[in-house]
Design a protein around this ligand. Structure first.
Ligand code: HEC
Length: 423
């Protein structure tokens, strides 16, 4: 009897401690999960999206349910590197806590399909050129073949534009030719013909390159990575394309399959039709004079740049750049009155997911503002991405086994009024 009283008391105490929760609404694919996948996964997880498998149907989602649970809980998917609270970006790829909880409850409940009649209409995706047919399409002369099982291959292709006058671009869209092997693409402008000499010195289409194009580029035209939007300028800003410039596409291929694969990547240029006020400028805030000691697990490298007093700038985007040893990068703006504004913080750098990030709104950088870059490198033998076995001291360079420390700021000059006429 005493035991029964005790048990009743314990049960009552437990009930008191945990008030009865309202029964949770069941989570099904038809009702909620299809909508989460449409909104946050299908830009990449569809046949033409660049991810290795689709998440379009219930069968897809059911098959991948455990991996979906693990990858979303770990915030590995959707891929989005900037830490929340450091910088305010356009097109943020982050699941809300609500969506994260929905996925967890759905998988725990056995990933039920629910009522197919409740499915939303399928999401439609734009055709190949999401911005419409470009004014000029640059394409590799011949397809490049990546051998079966080649793994990572970094190759630069030099593409002539052949205009005898300067032009401005409103947008650039890069379309990989073969998404099975194209991992990402970066572009550079060559106004000296240096890339042609590099191409001629290397047999086969293009030439080998890793951390840059192998020459001092005068700018870039954005790039491609799965799910990344094309480079689009604000309405009064143009990307300068000097007469006779070559566009160099650096393509990171990855072929683990047992078949050779070929690629012809294309770059679509959209020319500006209305007068352009401002030219997009890229400021590399960098440090070239560092050495990361062999074995150092957390080595800090800093770089700074101060906006000259005579200039007032706005920054519209930022692209951190390091190689394989990079682990973290934090960039801040310190205003003349001492206020510090975070621009970006990446706490889990991955060379394979380097992005160019556009700010939600242009950020003012008045004259005298100091930009500080703080980068952390892991040059220990324990770093799984360590390219040197055993580790050796590492400094600046373009090779796989060298490092870089750069934050590229995309800026405009407030007082600039070009008034350039369209062609
Ligand atoms: C920006 C493109 C992109 C988006 C958006 C995206 N993925 Fe992925 N996903 C990839 C790529 C690319 C891979 C291949 C692995 C890699 O390269 O990291 C991948 C791999 C995966 C994997 C297997 C590898 C792993 O890390 O477990 C899962 C599971 C996954 N994605 C789930 C999702 C889910 C669920 C969403 C939406 C909530 C999503 N992904 C959104 C591009 C994307």
């Amino acid at each position: 009897m005493r035991r029964i009283v005790m048990l009743v008391l314990i049960a009552a105490a437990a009930l008191a401690a945990e008030p009865a929760r309202p029964a949770e609404e069941p989570v099904t694919f038809g009702d909620q999960i299809s909508r989460v996948l449409q909104a946050h996964c299908q830009t990449c997880h569809r046949p033409e999206g660049g991810a290795p498998f689709s998440l379009l149907t219930y069968q897809d989602a059911y098959l991948w349910r455990q991996q979906i649970h693990v990858a979303t809980q770990a915030r590995r998917m959707p891929p989005w590197k900037p830490v929340a609270g450091h910088g305010d970006f356009a097109e943020v790829r982050r699941l809300s806590d609500t969506d994260l909880a929905l996925i967890a409850r759905w998988v725990k409940a056995g990933a039920p399909e629910g009522d197919p009649a409740r499915l939303p209409p399928p999401r439609t995706f734009p055709p190949t050129w999401t911005l419409g047919q470009p004014g000029l399409v640059l394409e590799m002369d011949e397809a490049y073949t990546v051998a079966a099982g080649a793994g990572d291959v970094y190759r630069c292709f030099t593409l002539p534009t052949r205009y005898s006058y300067d032009l401005y671009l409103s947008a650039v869209e890069v379309i990989p030719g073969n998404k099975k092997i194209v991992h990402h693409v970066l572009t550079y402008l060559d106004t000296t013909g240096a890339s042609l000499a590099l191409d001629r010195a290397d047999p086969g289409p293009g030439y080998t390159c890793f951390g840059g194009p192998g020459f001092a580029a005068t700018g870039g035209l954005g790039g491609w990575a799965p799910g990344a939007p094309p480079l689009v300028m604000p309405s009064d800003v143009g990307v300068f394309l000097p007469a006779g410039a070559r566009v160099v596409a650096q393509v990171h291929y990855n072929n683990r399959s047992e078949r050779a694969e070929t690629d012809r990547t294309r770059i679509g240029l959209h020319f500006i039709r209305q007068p352009v006020d401002k030219r997009l400028r890229v400021v590399p805030v960098l440090n070239r004079g560092f050495v990361i000691p062999a074995g150092a697990a957390r080595h800090e490298v800093r770089a700074s740049w101060t906006v000259p007093l005579a200039w007032n700038l706005h920054t519209i985007g930022i692209a951190p750049h390091m190689h394989l040893l990079g682990r973290e990068m934090k960039v801040t703006a310190t205003y003349p009155d001492g206020t510090v504004r975070p621009l970006i913080y990446i706490d889990d750098w991955d060379f394979n997911w380097q992005g160019a990030y556009t700010f939600a709104r242009p950020i003012p950088l008045p004259g005298g503002t100091r930009i500080d870059v703080q980068a952390i490198y892991d040059n220990s033998a324990d770093n799984p991405r360590q390219p040197n076995r055993p580790p050796r001291p590492v400094g600046w360079g373009e090779g796989t086994t060298d490092e870089m420390c750069i934050a590229f700021l995309r800026v405009t000059v407030d007082s600039e009024r070009l008034g350039a006429r369209p062609r």
